[in-house]
Design a binder for this molecule. Sequence first.
Ligand code: WQD
Length: 338
Amino acid sequence: MKKTVLVSGGAGFIGSHVTVELIAAGYDVVVADNMSNCDLTCFEGVKKITGREDIPFVKMDFCDMDAVRRLFSQYSIDAVIHFAAFKAVGESVAEPLKYYKNNLISFMNILESGCPNVLFSSSATVYGEPEQVPVTEQSPRQPATSPYGNTKQICEDILQDTVKASGGALRGILLRYFNPIGAHPSALIGELPRGVPNNLVPFITQTAIGKRECLSIFGNDYPTADGTCLRDYIDIVDLAKAHVYAVRRMLDGKMEQGCEVYNVGTGRPVSVLELVNAFEKVNNLKLNYKFAPRRAGDVTAIWADPTLANEKLGWKAERSVEDTLKSAWAWELHLAGK
Ligand code: WQD
């Protein structure tokens, strides 16, 4: 029988790509979102890509336990992938309670629903400034530098503790994403940042299209080969596929521990300058950029050791950074109606 996966926050950037891949893999999907940080653009795109007009969509807030109960009584859910959360680092510093309330309560409500399989979207931010790179899942977590990062760590702990206490009734997977970038090759879904983008690739594409005047590269005096920071940029479709492998492992009863943790990255460090140069080259354009002071809170270098996900999930990042940067540009052009 077909299994049903609930994607909370399924109308957003990562959630919409995951919905597409789950449907392609033969799962039924229920999408739920409170639409606080997106519109229906991506959900409409998902319907077009999959050719499925009938994907159930529930507009709801996971902080509302009555709404969560109603959702779980309406649908028979085999697994939840939880994305519904606030994600702006700077805003979380200015409004910590907004972040703690929303990100923690919504996740605890999901766990209280009693669903036996829960996948949580964590982040490489839990590693802070790592002493050694690449980081493995055993690398120590560092104290979070923002309330946003702290909610990721706390949710990781909540899931671990709840799995432990469940006596085998609950299985959990924590996926730690590195830097997700790009868009679906159809250019029908992608990232829709509100206001001035915080993240590098949306800032690059908006500069290239003329919405922003100039990209500031934050810091060129880091102890790296070209002086700019190193990150592990993971293609959004590759990242989405990791969720399908992880959910399959849960639902097929293949897990070796109650709660498993996986890095989702390529294992390949790329500097900010390399990324900018690659964007210019593959899309055949010139980007207006300048070097600017370091951004507070940035780590110098972090990239994944993805061996565990490669071996246990059977997943591997496949798309080249060049193809990913082409897809990011195609999405920006699509948004501009070009
Ligand atoms: C990447 C690199 C910047 C913008 C953040 C969160 C993390 C995660 C993903 C999200 C850095 C440089 C950026 C710009 C620049 N979570 N940069 N000019 O900081 O690695 O990770 O996003 O939900 O938790 O912290 O990603 O894309 O912001 O930055 O030079 O205008 O690009 O300094 O070196 P980051 P990013």
